[in-house]
Design a protein around this ligand. Structure first.
Ligand code: NAD
Ligand code: WQD
Length: 338
């Protein structure tokens, strides 16, 4: 099989390209490098010993997509490309709807014209909205989202659902990621955010390596066991393997199928700090700060459906997530540019 991987130079995309190649597929990466470095793909080549064909370009470029599908015999698409910073999406809603919603429209239109109907989409637990009961289960309806990023994911889920209902040839997986962290065990690829990290894991790792002085823990008075927010953190390699399983599933299942990809275990911010300290053998200086607007106290996955229907479970534990993040950070203190 040849898989087109949009956004394949990014954090989750690069790890997924490794696992797609390990599973015997061919890949073609399409990425505009707006939030990634082509160095990640060189590292993927090093890890797998295989060439990674790469087209630098934008998913909103319909002429380019037409050429890509004409020149390559693509069997399926794994679609990561998009913008993902929640706070930025509030400042730049049009950019988010354009890249995430319009970009997906252009992509699926090109797929349809090329006769490619198998698609795995990077969705998010954020589509459950602000009021859903935990743990989140796929039978819950999509909820009220609180920012343009979340709304863009919910809109894309809806448009892909309508598309699948319009034509029985479509086979689409909506993979709802919880909180991906960690890095490939080689330490060669990992998460390399531009600027100050928004997310907890890269921030902790940059404090540990001395790039930042201390972590601010947003909120200490939530109604959780230790007062800090709880999330379902999963290892990015487990998440990558979920995409391989989803593609296998789609080979025999038409229609649209949503799956939660998480461990099913809530972990607090303080537990994350302690676990990282164990892995790196250093103290992580932190201070409590006010709650961050828009944060939910606690959510985690019911991942039963992925286990039963995809045969997927998250196998790598918290210690492994931390050890692999630390190896990546230590070997690449300044990320791919270092
Ligand atoms: P990332 O930013 O590392 O990867 C996205 C990639 O897409 C980048 O390489 C970027 O250069 C590329 N890209 C962006 N817009 C593009 C466009 N218009 N055309 C072509 N390429 C474009 O992010 P990631 O963490 O790897 O996330 C991948 C996907 O998973 C995103 O869709 C994201 O919304 C989704 N997701 C991420 C998380 C998370 O916590 N990381 C959680 C849930 C869902
Ligand atoms: C985790 C916890 C923070 C940074 C976001 C998106 C979500 C999904 C994943 C794409 C929270 C706390 C964080 C810091 C902190 N992305 N924190 N200090 O908010 O669960 O999810 O990324 O779909 O849509 O919203 O992840 O890593 O930002 O935060 O205390 O400097 O860590 O308050 O409780 P979040 P996160």
């Amino acid at each position: 099989m040849t898989i087109l991987v949009t956004g394949g130079a990014g954090y989750i995309g690069s790890h997924t390209v490794v696992e797609l190649l390990n599973a015997g597929n061919n890949v073609l990466v399409l990425d505009n490098l707006s939030n990634a470095s082509a160095e990640s793909l060189k590292r993927v080549e090093h890890i797998t010993g295989q060439a990674v064909p790469f087209v630098q370009g934008d998913i909103r470029d319909s002429a380019l997509l037409e050429r890509v599908f004409a020149e390559h015999s693509i069997n399926a698409v794994v679609h990561f490309a998009g913008l993902k910073a929640v706070g930025e999406s509030v400042q730049k809603p049009l950019e988010y709807y354009d890249n995430n919603v319009n970009g997906t429209l252009v992509l699926v239109d090109a797929m349809r014209k090329a006769g490619v109907f198998r698609l795995v989409f990077s969705s998010s637990a954020t589509v459950y909205g602000e009021d859903a009961p935990v743990p989140y289960h796929e039978t819950l309806p999509r909820g009220r989202t609180s920012n343009p990023y979340g709304s863009s994911k919910a809109m894309v889920e809806q448009l892909l659902t309508d598309l699948a209902h319009s034509d029985p040839r479509w086979a689409i997986a909506l993979l709802r990621y919880f909180n991906p962290v960690g890095a490939h065990e080689s330490g060669l690829i990992g998460e390399d955010p531009f600027g100050v990290p928004n997310n907890l894991m890269p921030f902790i790792a940059q404090v540990a390596v001395g790039r930042r002085e201390r972590l601010s823990v947003f909120g200490s008075d939530y109604a959780t066991a230790d007062g800090t927010c709880e999330r379902d953190y999963l290892h990015v390699v487990d998440l990558a393997l979920g995409h391989v399983k989803a593609l296998d599933f789609l080979a025999n299942h038409a229609g649209v199928h949503a799956f939660n990809l998480g461990t099913g275990q809530p972990v607090s911010v303080l537990q994350m700090i302690r676990a990282f300290e164990q892995a790196c053998g250093r103290a992580i200086p932190f201070e409590f700060a006010p709650r961050r607007a828009g944060d939910l106290p606690a959510f985690w996955a019911d991942a039963t459906k992925a286990r039963q229907e995809l045969g997927w479970v998250a196998e790598r534990d918290l210690a492994r997530m931390m050890a692999d993040t630390w190896r990546w950070q230590l070997q690449n203190p300044l990320g791919y540019g270092g």
